[in-house]
Write a protein that binds this ligand. Structure first.
Ligand code: SAM
Length: 278
């Protein structure tokens, strides 16, 4: 997979692309990455890339010219003018603008992007980007959360990191199976949060690892982990348990946890009610 990131401050991104698993993935030919400085596509002598917002208001906006030229050079195709036939679905290079006003990013979106051969990501600055560039080149507007960062580089890194680790071969498929939000089928069959995990020593200070995990009893460990996943999801992200497709085992555990009052975390909602009677 190739990822191209367009930014006014590519040096913010460089360290990530040159270190850790990403560098190994590039070395192994699984990933290729390009950082593009949008300012290189400014044609005036001051290399100007921003200007005031029409209609007034605080702040500056990224100019359409330099960004459009950078996008064309990265291979993002413009959407056809009104009245002309749209290209086949998937024919346009996936071009993502990270923005707080986009669709909220999640694991399913990361998985979808990881199946693309190429991804172009645009980082905004100042008040953002002239809407005409978004309309012409951007296929997806994506937000990483309901807050405003000062620029798009960190958001782009969040996207890149969540996406490239799902590209086959980058990390072991097994490590991805029971991660948070992975609907891995079987009893789990829902995007649950991950269960708690422990490492050596089994007794740390006065704190002991749950006994079941050192018992060597595989079936009991699997059951315990599923139960803890359900408990944690109920505590922190109950809306995930209201989704379609919960296995009967998860629904049973959920009822047990709620009945026993075993969910001692802060949440008081009862998403199980949404699944009762299914
Ligand atoms: N005026 C914009 C608004 O109110 O929606 C905020 C602009 S923000 C200061 C500058 C840039 O940071 C944005 O263009 C975007 O690229 C990036 N950014 C900020 N918050 C983000 C978020 N939650 N998700 C994705 N990108 C974000």
């Amino acid at each position: 997979m190739k990822i191209t990131v367009l930014s006014l401050f590519p040096e913010i991104l460089r360290g990530f692309f040159e270190s850790s698993i990403m560098a190994k993935a590039v070395e192994r030919g699984l990933m290729s990455c390009e950082l593009v400085n949008i300012r290189d596509y400014a044609i005036d002598k001051h290399r100007k890339c921003d200007d005031e917002v029409f209609g007034g208001g605080a702040g500056m906006l990224m100019l359409p010219g330099p960004l459009s030229r950078a996008l064309e050079a990265a291979g993002s195709s413009p959407c056809p003018p009104a009245g002309e036939a749209s290209p086949e679905p998937g024919a346009r290079k996936r071009t993502v603008f990270v923005t707080p006003s986009g669709r909220l990013f999640n694991q399913a979106m990361a998985a979808e992007f990881s199946r693309e051969a190429e991804l172009v990501i645009v980082c905004g600055r100042y008040e953002g980007v002239d809407q005409r560039v978004i309309d012409r080149y951007v296929t997806d507007e994506v937000s990483i959360g309901d807050y405003v960062l000062s620029s798009g580089e960190i958001a782009a890194l969040v996207l890149v990191d969540a996406v490239y680790r799902l590209v086959p071969g980058v990390i072991s498929g097994e490590s991805l199976l029971e991660e948070s939000f992975a609907a891995s089928g079987g009893a789990r069959a829902a995007a649950l949060l991950e269960y708690p995990q422990y490492t050596r020593p089994a007794l740390y200070d006065t704190l002991r690892v749950p006994e079941v995990l050192t018992s060597g009893h595989h079936a009991n460990i699997v059951r315990w982990r599923l139960r803890e996943s359900v408990r944690k999801t109920l505590a922190y992200r109950p809306e995930l348990l209201a989704a379609e497709g919960l296995s009967s085992e998860v629904r049973k555990l959920l009822r047990e946890i709620i009945t026993e009052g075993g969910n001692d975390e802060p949440n008081t909602e009862d998403p199980g009610a949404a699944n009762d009677g299914r």
